[in-house]
Design a protein around this ligand. Structure first.
Ligand SMILES: [Zn+2]
Length: 82
């Protein structure tokens, strides 16, 4: 740790999220996802943007328990221009 202020970020993981698994989500987005996905894991991580130090504070499972198929993969900028 270098002593710079830490950011607290939430990441969502899950098979039902498809390619969106592993993205950073805001609290509002996580709330909205509750009614759109059956199950996903949230990892809350403290991150230093300066030295990349990171520490997982907690993780928990959210979702409404109803299984959804993962969304069809969308082409990303990386696919097209990468
Ligand atoms: Zn740091």
């Amino acid at each position: 740790m270098c002593g710079k202020p830490l950011l607290t970020l939430s990441y969502a993981f899950g098979e039902q999220l498809g390619q969106y698994s592993g993205r950073i989500k805001s609290t509002a987005e996580l709330d909205e996802m509750q009614s759109n996905f059956g199950e996903y894991l949230v990892r809350v991580v403290e991150v230093c943007t300066s030295c990349r130090w990171n520490f997982m504070i907690r993780s928990f499972v959210l979702g409404d328990g109803v299984y959804r198929r993962p969304p069809r993969r969308q082409k990303t900028v990386e696919d097209i221009y990468g």
